[in-house]
Structures are given as C-alpha cells and as structure tokens.
Design a protein around this ligand. Structure first.
Ligand SMILES: Nc1nc2c(ncn2[C@@H]2O[C@H](COP(=O)(O)OP(=O)(O)OP(=O)(O)O)[C@@H](O)[C@H]2O)c(=O)[nH]1
Ligand SMILES: C=C(OP(=O)(O)O)C(=O)O
Length: 241
C-alpha cells in the first residue's frame, strides 16, 4: 500500500469528469457522481466498545469521522457528502470540511438516520447514485473508495462487508433504487438477504476497516490512519481519559 500523504488529501485527477455527466435512462435522469450519506451519533454516545474514558472516546469518534469525511470528499468518484448528525461540534467540524449536515431528527436509530439522509439527497438530486458509508473508517483512502464505488451495480443495490466479515461499511443504491439500509450487528447477512449484491473488489482494505474496538484501532493504525486520528491516538496515549 502506498504511504499516506502527510497533509490530508487533494482530489486527484483534475476536473472530475463524472460530475457533470447526465444521461436519461427513461425512468429517471441519471446524475453521475456519488452522493454519500455518513451517519454519526452524538459524540458522547459513540464508540462505547473502545475501552477509554468518555472524553477520549468522544475525541476518537470525532477524529474517525473527520478522517473518513476528508477522504470521502477527496475521492474523485464522490460528488458530495451528507452527514446525518445531531452533534453540534461534529456538525461544525464536518461542515468546515465541505460536508452538508442534516439533522438526525426525529432521532430513531442508525437506519432511520440513513434513510433520512438518502431522502434529503434525492430531494435535491432525484437521479443521484447514493451510498451509505460508516463514519468510523479512519484509514479510508480516496482511491480505494473509488475502486469500491466502481464495483457497485448500475441498477439496484450493492454492499461491502466490513473487515471482520460480519457487518457492512458501504451500501450503494443506483439511481432509481431505494437505499433500504439494514445496518447494525450482522448486517452483511441482512444486506445479502435483502437482495443487495455483495461487492468483492480487491485492494479496498481501508474501506472495510471500521473501528469499534481497540483491536480494530490497532488494525487501522497498521493500515495508516488519517492525521486527525493519529493526533487523537497520540493525545489519548498521553492522557488518562
Ligand atoms: N446519525 C446517527 N448515526 C448513528 C446512529 N447509530 C449509529 N450511528 C453511526 O453509525 C456508524 C456505525 O455505528 P457503530 O459502529 O455501531 O458506532 P457506535 O454506535 O458509535 O459504536 P458502539 O458504541 O461501539 O456501538 C457510526 O458512524 C455511528 O456514529 C444513530 O442513531 N444516528
Ligand atoms: C453498524 C454496523 O457495524 P458495527 O456496529 O459493528 O460497527 C454494521 O456493520 O452494520
């Protein structure tokens, strides 16, 4: 794997040709370029499986989200990123990166948040290809995300299993398809049973590497995490939490 650039990501490839391409498939005008929906819990409630004090957990959860959204925005296949969150500090930090923030209201769990975010995207851009991406992918690399999105089916839904092979980190819905998210726990089997196609591209470890536990974080550190997470991990190592 290539070394991670030290100062964040620049969007590679210049003019993002997919962004302006439009075609008509009959039922819906297809508007190229993925709109991502990223869910993020209120930080004080997030990442409870990390054995750390509340302040450290909140900082790590924010750092993971900042690095995930930065990498997503730098991906040439991505047109825009919508974060669904009720956390004001996280919302401000992620809006400053260029994400659109949608309130998680009425707060009704992860899948309701994702459906709400996808509806907000399609209200503005009915022909958008939409994908849900977890906010806990601190090693995410733009080029690997582009490979995963390129593997998505042109009709219907696709999903990428997490690194542990149990959950899901990415769920795609082509123009005209409902996202119908079924995240949480053993969502790989649930997404497969729902008719979504499992995506199996090679070389997308950073897209699969979600972080719930300390062991997951060590695995992400081995892949190479983004700068905000690297700093948060350094700070947490030096603090009692
Ligand atoms: N907006 C929103 N995001 C959520 C909600 N529940 C989970 N998420 C986000 O969904 C993604 C996957 O959730 P989990 O991996 O279970 O994250 P978590 O709940 O912080 O972690 P645990 O406390 O270990 O369960 C993370 O980006 C969460 O922040 C919710 O009710 N609303
Ligand atoms: C939300 C999910 O994962 P986890 O809670 O394991 O991060 C999932 O994989 O659907």
């Amino acid at each position: 794997m290539c070394p991670r650039p030290s100062g964040g990501f620049a969007r590679a490839g210049g003019a993002e040709p997919g962004r302006r391409a439009r075609r008509d498939n009959g039922a819906v005008t297809v508007d190229a370029g993925w709109s991502l929906v990223v869910p993020l819990k209120p930080l004080p409630l997030a990442k409870t499986r990390l054995t750390a004090g509340a302040a450290v957990r909140a900082e790590l959860a924010l750092a993971f989200a900042v690095d995930t959204v930065s990498a997503a925005l730098a991906c040439r296949a991505v047109r825009d990123v919508t974060v669904v969150t009720d956390d004001p500090a996280a919302g401000a930090a992620l809006a400053a990166l260029g994400a659109r923030i949608v309130a998680d209201t009425p707060a009704d769990g992860l899948n309701a948040a994702l459906a709400h975010g996808a509806a907000a995207v399609r209200a503005r851009r009915p022909g958008a290809p939409v994908a849900a991406l977890n906010a806990d992918l601190p090693a995410l690399r733009p080029a690997e995300l582009a490979v995963a999105l390129a593997a998505a089916p042109e009709a219907g839904r696709g999903f990428l299993a997490d690194a542990d092979g149990v959950g899901t980190t990415l769920l795609t819905a082509a123009p005209g398809a409902d996202l119908a998210p079924a995240f949480g726990g053993a969502s790989r089997a649930r997404h497969r049973a729902s008719g979504a196609v499992e995506l199996t591209p090679a070389g997308v470890e950073s897209v699969r590497r979600d972080v719930d536990t300390r062991a997951n974080l060590d695995a992400a550190l081995a892949l190479g995490v983004g700068p905000r997470t690297a700093a948060a991990v350094r700070t947490s190592a030096a603090s009692p939490g």
